[in-house]
Design a protein around this ligand. Structure first.
Ligand SMILES: Cc1cc2nc3c(=O)[nH]c(=O)nc-3n(C[C@H](O)[C@H](O)[C@H](O)COP(=O)(O)OP(=O)(O)OC[C@H]3O[C@@H](n4cnc5c(N)ncnc54)[C@H](O)[C@@H]3O)c2cc1C
Length: 278
């Protein structure tokens, strides 16, 4: 029996494992290899790592975990998580595992508007977060597609960065084409707009079915409802990262720094739970 099982090897899960490992807690991290920022060449806005490739960041996280012998990592997809009287049951690759606590850090999956060319450029020339990918377009035109009702806010955020912010009616956009150093947007009358990049608002959903399986309370945003230490509505089940947020946030903060912080706080609360006199 593990003291904690962490499902997810993104920044939230890796940080939770680091914190538990440093406290010598028997921890298993399970990772199916489906990362929200999988297509991103360079991640930004993370102190000490501005511009680091997400895969390098995860690789360094795993290397750091190898220094902590109570932490085990398995590359495997979990199919079931269930709450039991004194802990949790996790089913993975035909095996049933048990732990005193589980941290769900399974993230979100994004569905892009069905405009050809967006998927191919997702995370580099096409982005959703100006804090992550905005400065890279500095001094050049930037397009905003399908971001309603946030288009006006996005425009305001980008004005000091871009030379011009072009808000487009997504119904008019036929396709996006990669340029050597930017993106060409083709409209329904075959006219084109060349921009450094474009912003779109994807539909983001829970990547894993565990919130539904466990009957966890969810926020209006669709994310799992947690307290500031990652506790969900079900005892011994914690959640961290993009998939969850507390009441005082309007939605998932959805940045690497916020995911790392949430993973750490959940692990701290679990260590406290494990350390309480029994
Ligand atoms: C295009 C794009 C660009 C971004 N750029 C930036 C940026 O520059 N800077 C920034 O701060 N943020 C950026 N973000 C946001 C950032 O990627 C997320 O906030 C962060 O990855 C969230 O971390 P997480 O650990 O919650 O989830 P993820 O990183 O998505 O990790 C989820 C983990 O859960 C695992 N998992 C899921 N289901 C299962 C299962 N059934 N069994 C086992 N494991 C499972 C996955 O394999 C993965 O390991 C970007 C996001 C997008 C979409």
């Amino acid at each position: 029996m593990y003291e904690a099982i962490i499902i997810g090897g993104g920044p939230a899960g890796l940080q939770a494992a680091l914190t538990l490992g440093r406290m010598h807690r028997r921890t298993l991290l399970l990772d199916s290899g489906e990362y929200r920022n999988a297509t991103v060449d360079h991640a930004h806005n993370l102190l000490g790592n501005d511009g680091t490739a997400p895969a390098d960041l995860r690789g360094r996280g795993r290397d750091e975990l190898s220094a902590y012998p109570t932490v085990e990592i398995r590359d495997a997809a979990v199919s079931v998580v269930a709450a039991e009287t004194d802990g949790v049951r996790v089913e993975v690759a035909g095996e049933t595992l048990r732990a005193e606590y589980v941290v769900l850090a399974t993230g979100l999956a994004d569905e892009l508007p069905p405009i050809p060319g967006l998927k191919e450029n997702w995370g580099n020339r096409v982005a959703n977060c100006p804090f992550c990918h905005g400065h890279e377009f500095a001094g050049r035109p930037v397009a905003v597609l399908n971001a309603s009702p946030h288009a006006a806010m996005l425009r305001g955020m980008l004005l000091p960065v871009a030379s011009e912010v072009i808000v487009l009616d997504p119904a008019r956009v036929v396709r996006a084409e990669s340029l050597d150093d930017g993106l060409r947007i083709v409209l329904d009358d075959e006219s084109t707009i060349d921009a450094a990049g474009a912003f779109v608002a994807p539909v983001s959903r829970q990547r894993a079915p565990f919130a539904a399986q466990l009957g966890l309370e969810v926020q209006e945003s669709g994310a799992v409802r947690i307290d500031p230490f990652g506790r969900t509505s079900v005892e011994r089940v914690f959640a961290a990262g993009d998939m969850a947020h507390p009441d005082h946030f309007p939605g998932p903060m959805a940045t690497l720094a916020a995911a790392i912080a949430a993973g750490q706080l959940a692990a701290v609360a679990i260590v406290q739970g494990l350390s309480a006199p029994r």
